[in-house]
Design a protein around this ligand. Structure first.
Ligand SMILES: [Zn+2]
Ligand SMILES: [Zn+2]
Length: 222
């Protein structure tokens, strides 16, 4: 069974999925690398040992250190085909605000990051068994059109920014589910949530704040 380690970075979370080999999910914002490396070390993993880096989507606060990690560890980067172009050009996918706060913050959100190489292009789903984890990548569009999630056999999900939490990106009340402040397509978010909850997920790890109780989140969104 794959263990999940939750790393809080400056603006977002990254996760270590520990099966037979270390898999990193998201990489934080530009500047977060020393912090991430320290937290990995505490979990017993050297940055160089990362075998696979999964990017939930092409936003600077998740993909910010992807290229630096790829260079150091020679890992493969997995991302959805709809995000590939953004990642390979160091550009953010759509940043569409859905609340007043997000609209006010939007001019400060388009931060560039180092362009990287996507070695594994995900479409609908991708089995992680060959990478040593009893888990699967699934397509969960909505926050951006190429957003993906990782679902483990133990019924935990790492969903990136498909779901938000608490107030001010999970700074307060991080265990309260909410819609994210930015969503490219609300209908797609709803459809992705429906497919996710059909898997009876008991714990949800989000890109900011969290984790969330699966049942509580399901009740909130349904
Ligand atoms: Zn995002
Ligand atoms: Zn984010």
């Amino acid at each position: 069974m794959a263990l999940i380690y939750h790393f809080r970075l400056s603006k977002s979370n990254a996760f270590l999925l520990m099966g037979d080999k270390p898999i990193l999910i998201d990489s934080g914002s530009p500047g977060d690398l020393p912090m991430l490396e320290k937290k990995l070390k505490k979990a017993g993993v050297m940055l160089e040992e990362i075998e696979l880096l999964i990017l939930t989507h092409a936003h600077f606060d998740h993909a910010g250190n992807a290229e630096a990690i790829r260079k150091r560890s020679n890992c493969k980067i997995a991302a959805h085909q709809a995000e590939r172009n953004f990642l390979e050009n160091g550009k953010n996918a759509a940043i569409k605000p859905c609340t007043m706060i997000a609209t006010l913050m939007n001019p400060f959100m388009n931060i560039p990051f180092a362009a990287t190489e996507v070695g594994i292009v995900v479409k609908d789903s991708f089995d992680l068994h060959p990478h040593g984890a009893d888990a699967q990548i699934v397509s969960t569009p909505g926050h951006t059109s190429g957003s993906i999630s990782v679902v483990t056999a133990g019924k935990e999900a790492i969903v990136g920014d498909l779901i938000g939490s608490g107030l001010l990106l999970g700074l307060f009340f991080p265990d309260r589910p909410r819609h994210h402040y930015w969503m490219e397509n609300m209908n797609e978010v709803r459809a992705s949530l429906k497919r996710l909850f059909a898997r009876e997920i008991f714990k949800i790890h989000v890109g900011h704040g969290g984790p969330l109780n699966g049942m509580r989140a399901q009740n909130f969104f349904e």
